[in-house]
Design a protein around this ligand. Structure first.
Ligand code: PGA
Length: 252
């Protein structure tokens, strides 16, 4: 059984390499003591090389995005092989902030396949923009998962991570996050969707994590009752609260 995992999505932070090193060091110190939790730090691309080429106890490097081609005249993009050459193991794909900039499910599915081919583990982000009383959002969620994984066979999905991130809950506070009960119901639905698409055996290898205003004061309940294998953490990964989140996951 794979360990629980907590991914620090730094987004476009911090402002300088000096601050990035400081943040990395404090996160690493918090992670070192928690063997039961796998910690992934995903800094902005320019800071990746600060941490490349070294092995850190219990901390892995992640990237926030990747391009699907391995080479070519593509201004501004970064290939999966380039990330892998820096020691990056995980890559966030299809984050709602990228989808909002125009990334379609088709592009996301190409990125997922390209990441896997380069030996990276994709963290596929999915989530509804809003919830409705009749559950239509579940239908939309299933469609998003299916299209984002199009092109993968049963053999392709082992080991991937699905990050369920309801868009309405991102970047707020713990009070606005999804309830543990709501999370449990949705993750059961995601598991069923993966079962239907890939069969139980393959689907069981997929870790589902939650993202969207995970903070120090809701992490314990979400991990205990939410039926997830960890978290994708945005703003709280930049603060001391991240240590508490790791502890909450580590206590299980
Ligand atoms: P948040 O971001 O923790 O700031 O809500 C999560 C994410 O966008 O991955």
């Amino acid at each position: 059984m794979a360990r629980n995992i907590v991914i620090a999505n730094w987004k476009m932070n911090p402002a300088s390499p000096v601050e990035a090193k400081r943040l990395f060091a404090s996160t690493r110190a918090a992670a070192r003591a928690l063997r039961s939790v796998e910690v992934v730090i995903a800094p902005p691309v320019p800071f990746l090389s600060l941490f490349a080429g070294k092995r850190y106890k219990n901390v892995r490097l992640g990237a926030q995005d990747v391009f699907w081609q391995s080479r070519g005249a593509v201004t501004g993009e970064v290939s999966p092989a380039m990330l892998a050459s820096l020691g990056v193991r995980y890559v966030i794909v299809g984050h709602s902030e990228r989808r909002a900039l125009g990334e379609s499910d088709e592009i996301v599915s190409r990125k997922v396949s390209a990441a896997l081919s380069a030996g990276l583990t994709p963290i596929l982000c999915v989530g509804e923009g809003e919830r409705d009383e009749h559950g239509a959002y579940l239908h939309a969620l299933a469609g998003q998962i299916r299209r984002s994984l199009a092109g993968l066979t049963k053999n392709g999905i082992p080991g991937i991570i699905v990050a369920y991130e309801p868009v309405w809950a991102i970047g707020k506070t713990a009070r606005d996050a999804l309830s543990a009960r709501g999370l449990h119901e949705t993750t059961l639905f995601i598991q069923k969707t993966l079962n239907d698409l890939y069969g139980r055996r393959a689907a069981d290898t997929v870790r589902i994590v939650y993202g969207g205003s995970v903070e120090a004061n809701n992490a314990a309940e979400l991990i205990r009752e939410g039926n997830v294998s960890g978290f994708l953490v945005g703003h709280a990964s930049l603060s001391r609260g991240f240590r508490e989140i790791l502890r909450a996951v580590g206590r299980l």
